[in-house]
Design a protein around this ligand. Structure first.
Ligand SMILES: Cc1ncc(COP(=O)(O)O)c(C=O)c1O
Length: 398
């Protein structure tokens, strides 16, 4: 061969090597053995086309399914892609979907800005109230999230699933239930023990664990051919390929998940406790604390807590030194901005679950039960020494 051809057709590397690290297989073209093999080249037969999975991505999928106790997992490029895959696979014009009002914001945007204009009916429910009154004849999909985003309420999933099951008992097309299980990383909560059909995760958070990748997973609980077919075909049509390099980082993240979760829980509880005693803080929204709505459900559903919680600054603190007019206006938000700008170890950013602590303000987050006002701040705790994080918060609030 000419040297140019040799560049492309080198002899295979010697075999017989074993590593502790899972290999990273990249590839868009999956080489087929012969022409008859093209007859089986479907997404159900992954090694037929790059989009249907490389060994690295499918290894991650299998491990997530095993970890969560599910029957099958699809890996997608982000947590939001996982949410979108479920809704787009299952919903058609005329169907009705229910979402908790405290669901992850972009999930709500998908319903409002995409599903509704496409002819799907969508309603937001109060996650802390019974569900039955919201269920309609055309309800096809019900979303849960536990704890909810930002305000951290834990719904009574057992009672809500009992309501869904009694609705399902008298209908031919069953309502499918799906949960955003990112908080629990598939281990602190067991959604499939509650008979929830699908659990999605932003692997971006605890599975990746180092703020250096975006990935999502969609896991089916009990084997269900209709759901499997709908998800698999939609995954194919939307082209939701995940990078093997990101999957390889997530596989590495899985190896340290247990120790990270344990350390993060301990630090986060310590910091949340300190916040609960701070004179500028009105309330701490951490599901392991009785001050957090749904704490009783949290205790019975979860085996541990994670690294994210919120707190609300007192009105007097926000308005100190301001005239009455200024206090009543947007100016009260300036105090939140000042606190955040003084923080040194907490970085201002949305995505949590990594090794570095993050902070974000959520002024005027709308909730049916409660108005939190301008002083709502969320912390994502990292692996820094908790004493340093507390000192950082203390100087910022001083
Ligand atoms: C609860 C929850 N679900 C899903 C997502 C989306 O994850 P990703 O950033 O990977 O799209 C996030 C991101 O913040 C989240 O907090």
């Amino acid at each position: 061969m000419d040297w140019r051809s040799k560049l492309l057709h080198a002899a295979p590397a010697p075999v017989g090597f074993e590593s502790l690290a899972p290999a990273t297989y990249r590839g868009s073209t999956t080489v087929l053995p012969d022409l008859p093999a093209t007859a089986n080249a479907t997404w159900r037969q992954p090694y037929s086309y790059g989009l249907y999975g490389t060994p690295t991505v499918l290894d991650l999928a299998q491990r997530i399914a095993d970890l969560c106790g599910g029957s099958h997992t699809f890996i997608v490029p982000s947590g939001q892609a996982a949410i979108a895959l479920v809704s787009l696979a299952l919903l058609r014009p005329g169907n009705h979907v229910l979402l908790p009002e405290n669901i992850y914001g972009t999930s709500a945007d998908l319903a409002q800005q995409y599903l509704i204009p496409m002819g799907v009916e969508a309603d937001f429910y109060d996650a802390m109230q019974p569900l039955a009154a919201h269920i309609r004849g055309n309800t096809r999909l019900i979303w849960f999230e536990a704890p909810g985003s930002i305000t951290m309420e834990t719904p009574d999933l057992r009672a809500q699933m009992a309501e869904v099951q009694s609705a399902n008992a008298v209908r031919s097309e069953k309502i499918v239930t799906a949960i955003d299980d990112t908080y629990s990383s598939g281990v602190l909560l067991r959604p499939f023990d509650l008979d929830i059909d699908i659990a999605v995760q932003a692997l971006t958070k605890y599975i990746g664990g180092h703020s250096d990748l975006l990935l999502g997973s969609v896991t089916i609980g009990a084997k269900n051919d209709a759901i499997y077919e709908a998800l698999g075909n939609t995954h194919r049509i939307l082209g939701l390929n995940a990078s093997p390099d990101d999957a390889s980082l997530a596989l590495r993240g899985l190896q340290t998940l247990a120790v990270r979760l344990e350390a993060l829980e301990k630090s986060t509880l310590q910091i949340a406790k300190w916040c609960a005693n701070h004179p500028a803080i009105e309330t701490v929204l951490h599901p392991a604390f009785p001050t957090c709505s749904g704490h009783e459900s949290f205790k019975t559903l979860f085996t541990g807590s994670a690294s994210i919680f919120s707190f609300v600054l007192k009105r007097e603190f926000l308005e100190a030194g301001l005239s009455r007019e200024a206090a009543a206006s947007e100016v009260a938000n300036a105090k939140v901005a000042e606190v955040i700008s003084r923080l040194k170890l907490f970085k201002l950013g949305y995505s949590w679950g990594g090794t570095t602590s993050v902070v974000m303000a959520y002024p005027d987050t709308p909730r049916i039960q409660q108005k939190y006002g301008p002083g709502l701040i969320r912390l994502g705790i990292g692996l820094e020494d908790p004493a340093d994080l507390i000192a950082d918060l203390a100087q910022a609030l001083s």
